[in-house]
Write a protein that binds this ligand. Sequence first.
Ligand code: AP5
Length: 222
Amino acid sequence: MYIIFLGAPGAGKGTQAATLARELNLVHIASGDLFRQALEQETELGIQAKSYMEKGMLVPDEITIRMVLERLSTPDCESGAILDGFPRNLKQAETLDQALVQQAKAIDKVVYIKVSDKELLRRLSERWVCPSCQAPYHTTDSPPRVRGRCDRCDSELQKRPDDTAEAIKKRLEVYFAQTAPLIDYYCQTGKLLEVDGEGSVDEVRRRVVSALHHGELAYPRL
Ligand code: AP5
């Protein structure tokens, strides 16, 4: 089972994709997390991605596509994966489709989380993330149990360097110019499920599960 989470920066892709991956026992592949881990470890990949990420721009396709396809080819992804933040433009989407076809596989569903611009800004400006396991938190809506510490691994929470006003503005511009066209791309394949992303994390989760059921995905009842 291959499911893509699509949506603007701050729509809640990471939050929902991580929960669904745990519930379905699938690997959660978040391209942004892979880049941030590489940055943290100061690898060549991290160094290549750094300047693009800081400015809110997309990392070049050749770097991003290779990184995600390599991750997808590892044995733990054999039965499927939840993709979050990839693909992000038509070239990435078409390359992913071709790579899956070569393995007699295909994307099953694309969950598009739709959130107003006002709510996106509110979520991003109050976001905290765990630098170790990448879990996202929000000051008021999904705070950690202990202030400033990750619930899962107890690391100290941090602000993301690209959650500045300037970088958020750029990320939203890039999203509308390059990623939003994927809504039509997947709509034409009949795989797109649009989900209202406003409301609590749990309300959105229930809508995602319901959309997947109604989308007739062979999907275990949660
Ligand atoms: P990436 O990490 O993918 O960032 P993004 O797409 O901008 O998405 P975010 O992680 O900001 O938002 P999200 O939708 O996951 O929301 P979250 O769940 O955290 O990419 C970062 C950078 O890496 C890119 O700019 C680019 O440079 C590079 N990159 C990555 N992929 C690439 C690609 N394919 N090609 C090229 N470059 C790439 O939630 C946000 C906040 O809201 C959190 O605080 C959360 O707690 C809170 N929240 C979530 N849901 C709710 C809710 N229902 N109610 C209230 N609060 C909520």
